[in-house]
Ligand binder design. Structure first.
Ligand code: GRF
Length: 206
C-alpha cells in the first residue's frame, strides 16, 4: 500500500476491544493512513462492538454457533471481508484459531497480537504461563498469521517486566499498554509498504 491509496482494514474481535480502540485513535490522529472498513465480532456481547459503533464503523456480528464447522464459519467471514474490500485483516483479541480458508484468502495479510514474547507461551493464558514459568520479562508480539497457533512470522515485539507479585490481571494490564503501541505501529509499517517477508523473517525498511 503506498501513495494516496488508503489501506482498508477488517478488524476481528471477541472482547473488550482496547486494541481496536488504540488503532482507531491512531487512524483518527492521522498517524496511520488506513480506514477500518468493518469490524466483525463472533461474540454479540463484545464491548468492542460499542467502540466501533461510536466511531461510525460498520459492525457485523457473525456468531460461530450458527455454523457446523470452523471452515464454513471462516468462509462466511472471508465473504464479509471481501465484500468490504479489505486489504489487511487484524485479529484484535479474536479468540478463534483460523483455518486454512481464512489464511489462504489473505496471504501475508493477517496480523495477530499475542500477549507474550513468542515463541514462548503460545496459546491461551499466555500471561499466566509466563508467571508460572517464573520469567523476569515477558511482553507481546505482533505476527503474521499462518495455520499454526501463534507461529507466523514475527513483525514487532515489546518487552515488559514481570513483577514478583504479579497476577494474570496485573501483568495483562502492563502488557496491554505495550500491545496498543506495537500493534498500531505494525499496521502503520504495512500500510506504508515498509514490510517485506523473507521466509520466517520480516524486514522493515525505515
Ligand atoms: C489482548 O491481550 C491480546 O493480546 C489477546 O487478547 C486481548 C484482547 O484485548 N490476543 P482487547 O480486546 O484488545 O482489549
Amino acid at each position: 500500500m503506498s501513495g494516496n491509496v488508503t489501506c482498508r482494514l477488517g478488524v476481528l474481535v471477541s472482547g473488550s476491544g482496547t486494541n481496536l480502540q488504540a488503532i482507531i485513535d491512531r487512524i483518527e490522529a492521522g498517524d496511520i493512513s488506513a480506514e477500518i472498513a468493518c469490524v466483525i465480532s463472533n461474540n454479540a456481547d463484545a464491548y468492542a462492538i460499542s467502540r466501533a459503533s461510536l466511531h461510525g464503523i460498520p459492525v457485523i456480528v457473525n456468531e460461530n454457533a450458527r455454523f457446523s464447522d470452523r471452515r464454513s464459519y471462516d468462509a462466511a467471514t472471508v465473504e464479509i471481508l471481501q465484500r468490504h474490500k479489505v486489504d489487511l485483516v487484524i485479529l484484535a483479541g479474536y479468540m478463534r484459531i483460523l483455518t486454512d480458508v481464512m489464511v489462504n484468502a489473505f496471504p501475508n495479510a493477517i496480523m495477530n497480537i499475542h500477549p507474550a514474547l513468542l515463541p514462548s507461551f503460545p496459546g491461551l493464558h499466555a500471561q499466566q504461563q509466563a508467571i508460572d514459568y517464573g520469567v523476569r520479562y515477558s511482553g507481546c508480539t505482533v505476527h503474521f498469521v499462518d495455520c499454526g497457533t501463534d507461529t507466523g512470522p514475527i513483525i514487532l515485539q515489546s518487552v515488559v517486566p514481570v513483577e514478583q507479585d504479579d497476577t494474570e490481571e496485573t501483568l495483562s494490564v502492563r502488557i496491554q499498554k505495550a500491545e496498543h503501541q506495537i500493534f498500531a505501529s505494525a499496521i502503520k509499517y504495512f500500510v506504508e509498504g515498509k514490510i517485506k517477508i523473507d521466509g520466517r523473517k520480516v524486514r522493515i525498511s525505515e
